[in-house]
Design a protein around this ligand. Structure first.
Ligand code: HQG
Length: 181
């Protein structure tokens, strides 16, 4: 699988598991957002130009994902994070004292005013280290990394959820809990 095809397949799977499963005839488990690998494979193969995909291709994309976007457990696959509204429920968890959020310079004034909002996704995305935050924030212009003080956010009523592999999620983070690095 060449790199271009691998990336396209990863994007297709992201779309199917995070955003519009129904448009692909895919029913996801309402709790964890998973489906069987077989169901995903059948839905991919049914797409024009994607008939050549095999289960090994999907496993390769899952394994190679720089940000561990997906996970396969017991022949079921799901996106670990990144969903649009109402797709997956996570158990609340205790975060480290500081989490990072990567964003861009243009979004900063609005974030410092109203805090971090999920925008088009189900949750705000945060990470334990700056690597993930850097990748996320570098996508749309000049990178800015924010430090989130999770204790103060929790005192303000924010619940944090762990999505695995250093990624944390929250419904909202007040501006008062965000500081520029
Ligand atoms: C910003 C991708 C204005 C926020 C990434 C971000 C990540 C505000 C953008 C994962 C705001 C939303 C998630 C406010 C937040 N005013 N802008 N009040 N609050 N924002 O893509 O965190 O590669 O929905 O800073 O790399 O960037 O697709 O969220 O810039 O891992 O796997 O609004 O998705 O992963 O953008 O990215 P997004 P995100 P994949």
């Amino acid at each position: 699988l060449d790199q271009h095809k691998e990336k396209s397949l990863s994007k297709l799977i992201s779309k199917m598991l995070r955003h519009t499963p129904k448009a692909f005839g895919l029913a996801l488990d309402p709790e964890d957002g998973s489906c069987t690998l077989d169901a995903l494979l059948a839905s991919i193969q049914a797409q024009p130009r994607w008939g050549w995909v095999t289960k090994e291709h999907i496993e390769l994309v899952v394994r190679q994902s720089d940000k561990q976007r997906f996970e396969i457990i017991d022949a079921r696959i799901r996106a670990r994070y990144g969903h649009s509204h109402d797709r997956v429920s996570y158990a609340p968890a205790d975060p480290p004292a500081i989490l990072y959020h990567g964003t861009n310079k243009n979004a900063l004034p609005s974030i410092l005013l109203e805090g971090l909002k999920p925008m088009g996704r189900q949750y705000v995305h945060l990470s334990e280290g700056t690597h993930f935050a850097t990748l996320a924030g570098s996508r749309r212009g000049e990178l800015v990394i924010l430090e989130v003080d999770t204790d103060s956010a929790r005192q303000a009523g924010v619940t944090f959820y762990y999505a695995g592999n250093e990624v944390w999620l929250a419904d909202h983070v007040p501006a008062a809990s965000c500081a520029m690095m």
